[in-house]
Write a protein that binds this ligand. Structure first.
Ligand code: EPS
Length: 389
């Protein structure tokens, strides 16, 4: 059984839509917890005006009955409240009027998908590209990941996310038990534990906004409670760390990924990189450190998964960069679109859900089964095999 999903929908269309296929039956869903994750994505210091319009909520329209999955595809929608302002511009039927009525975009923004997408799809209205490439789509990905998170939670798996840095302000590594990390980052407008860095980050975001600019950062996701052996060393596309890396760089504006010690592992000798193997009666096999970020040979080691991603500054700038009009081929300075000065705290929530999805997918591949009961039995069997090893 393969778990998969697709999303559809434009940032100013009526809704975002997602279809998830491959979830087992009898997974009890907590709808409040699902919407809580969507609300987390909307928050953070530096978010723009769009988030004041939206109150994201997932409405499940297929595959769930009386609170439990049935094994059928789960379909969900997240309404765009902003749609009411765009009913003509985004109408699926032909509309009267010219460029103004259509709000045609012919001035591509550097750093966005506008120009490449327009050229590739032969679209002279770049709105057709920007509507879909907007990070609004990450609301659908969080909704999907929130279901994966609930699935994994049934097996004791916990997920946390936090901001490592914004611009040149780096927060001190939190080094907290996962429950405390979750609690403390939740209380921070920039999702950090380090209060000194929190203030500096907020000041930097305010200054960036006042300058008409945008700023990026680095975010980290930690997943605890997974057994040894999700993913595999035997084939390139079974390596779970590789699949996570692909998923992370697919998040809007993400340009790089690190697992565990990441790029630092290329700067210091092996004796300081690799995690010594230990054994004790109560823990079984474990590692003395976790520089590998929970992966060796493309498989989970049983230590927490630690994944970082870097988000570039949002390319929609109030202080526009040079570009070229696709009609006149003349230079201009890009038109201003509403944007966020910094969406890094929100990106940490997106990262959590994107990584969680990949882990849930690997979990279902390993433990198979069409119902929760069947998967639970397979997990129990595997855990006793590990214990006897
Ligand atoms: C976003 C919705 C968007 C932006 C942002 C993320 O709203 P709108 O398209 O109406 O401006 O606020 O996306 C970008 C800035 C971008 O460049 O993609 C959201 O829901 O997160």
């Amino acid at each position: 059984m393969t778990l998969r999903y697709l999303t559809a929908g434009e940032t100013h269309g009526p809704q975002l839509t997602a279809i998830i296929e491959g979830l087992p039956s009898n997974l009890e869903l907590d709808f409040e917890a699902l919407n809580f994750q969507l609300q987390r994505r909307q928050k953070g210091h530096g978010r723009g005006r769009r988030m004041q319009i939206e109150t994201d909520e997932a409405q499940i329209v297929g595959g769930v009955r009386h609170g439990k999955t049935t094994g059928a595809p789960v379909a969900l929608v997240v309404e765009n409240k902003d749609w009411k302002h765009w009913t003509t511009v985004m109408n699926v039927e032909p509309i009267e009027g010219g460029d103004e009525a259509k709000r045609r975009v012919h001035r591509p923004r550097p750093g966005h998908a506008d120009l490449n997408g327009g050229m590739k799809y032969n679209l002279k209205d770049l709105r057709n590209v920007l509507e879909r490439s907007s990070a609004r789509e990450t609301a659908a990905r969080v909704a999907v990941g929130a279901i994966a998170r609930q699935f994994l939670a049934k097996f004791g798996v916990k997920v946390a996310g936090h901001v490592v840095s914004i611009g040149d302000v780096v927060a001190q590594a939190p080094n907290l038990p996962i429950d405390e990390l979750i609690e403390q980052t939740e209380a921070s407008p920039v999702r950090v534990v380090d209060k000194d860095a929190e203030q500096k980050m907020m000041d930097l975001i305010d200054k960036t906004k006042a300058d008409g600019d945008s700023i990026g950062g680095i975010v980290e996701c930690i997943i605890e409670g997974l057994p040894v052996g999700l993913g595999s060393h035997v084939q390139w596309d079974r390596k779970l760390d590789g699949r996570i890396a692909q998923a992370v760089v697919s998040i809007n504006a993400f340009k790089g990924v690190e697992i565990g010690m990441g790029f630092e592992a290329g700067r210091i000798p092996g004796s300081q990189v690799h995690d010594p193997i230990m054994h004790s009666a109560d823990r079984g096999f474990y590692r003395a450190s976790n520089n590998a970020g929970g992966f060796e040979g493309g498989m989970t080691t049983g230590e927490p998964i630690v994944v970082r991603g870097v988000m570039k500054p949002i390319p929609t700038l109030y202080k526009p960069l040079a570009s070229v009009d696709i009609d006149t081929k003349e230079p201009f300075t890009a038109q201003v679109e509403r944007s966020d000065a910094c969406a890094v705290p929100a990106a940490s929530v997106v990262l959590e859900h994107v990584v969680t999805w990949e882990v849930a997918k690997a979990f279902i591949e390993k433990f198979g089964g069409d119902s929760m009961e069947e998967i639970e039995a397979n997990v129990r069997n595997y855990l006793s095999q590990l214990e006897a090893y």
